[in-house]
Design a protein around this ligand. Sequence first.
Ligand code: FMN
Length: 358
Amino acid sequence: MSWLYKTFVRPNFFDRDSEEAHNLVINQLSWAARRNWALGLARTVLGGPSLPVELFGLTFPNPIGLAAGMDKAGAAVPAWEALGFGFSELGGITRHEQPGNPKPRMFRVIEDEALINRMGFNNPGADAMAKRLRDWRDDNRWPAHPVGINLGKSKVTPLDEAPEDYLYSFRLLKELADFFVVNVSSPNTPNLRQLQDKAALGEILAALQEANDAQRPILVKVAPDLGFDALDEILELIEPHNLAGLVATNTTIARPSEDGLYAETGGMSGRPLAKRSTEVIRHLYQQTKGAVPLIGVGGIFTAEDAWEKITAGASLLQIYSGLVYEGPQINRAILNGLTKRLANEGLANIRDAVGIAS
Ligand SMILES: Cc1cc2nc3c(=O)[nH]c(=O)nc-3n(C[C@H](O)[C@H](O)[C@H](O)COP(=O)(O)O)c2cc1C
């Protein structure tokens, strides 16, 4: 299946500009998401074995989720479940609608299976997103798997007004999703990552939790470029702000070399991110003795990659670049591989494998 995608489908996409190909796929999925037969067909061809995970009081049919940034506008909400994802994270959404950075702003380093992007939170804004999500619900097309929303800061909002910016989006969207991820780790909004500073992040989280009457799980997404000390400071916020967990990691500003497309500014994802992302997961798991749920993301392409992240300490996983390079059968392939691996290790479920190599 992966061979079919790589031989016949991928070349058509890879002949195009990266963002243009992305938009084409999202438009197709958005079309399919409105047709039951198309969703059913995708489910039949691409669905994998069930591998349930219970976390945050939610049931995830399997541990592989769609990472933030793929469906920034909630254009294809029902499609992700049909492609076999156990959950999806929509957005990043900001209070204000914004166009993002000038194009081109997304690049493929094909030989290394990496992506570099400096999208800059192009998104329709929280009001439009709320309307879009209501439309999916009113159409009875809401997916059965958990849906999260990634919240970012609008570029026009000064850093010291960040709490109000996140809060505005959260208030509008809190009834419309199952969990929320505070994104203070994108490298593409100027100075955003300064909000990973303990005091600044604490203010944002306090504002959100005060409005969190429905007790939605709130997580924080961290950058792989933070040192272990800075990560430990973020861990100190977990108890006081009742955080449900962490998402590790976002894209990195580090590069394996300075050649060719690696000279483009932005965040790098894909295979070259895998090692650092796993190191961060392992550190967070060890520091918290496994008490804080982690969503592992960064360079997951195969069941082996997924197993590494789970055994380092991730309870759930997410994929972006792997979907671009491996195609839509990636979930089924990973889930089949994980099912076999669990059986070989004599483990009953994913939870039993979390952190066993940490
Ligand atoms: C084009 C693009 C846009 C992204 N947009 C967001 C975003 O809006 N919010 C966010 O938290 N992460 C965003 N990400 C980061 C991904 O969610 C993920 O953390 C990262 O790509 C590493 O996973 P991967 O190696 O599987 O791609 C984006 C990634 C890409 C490639």
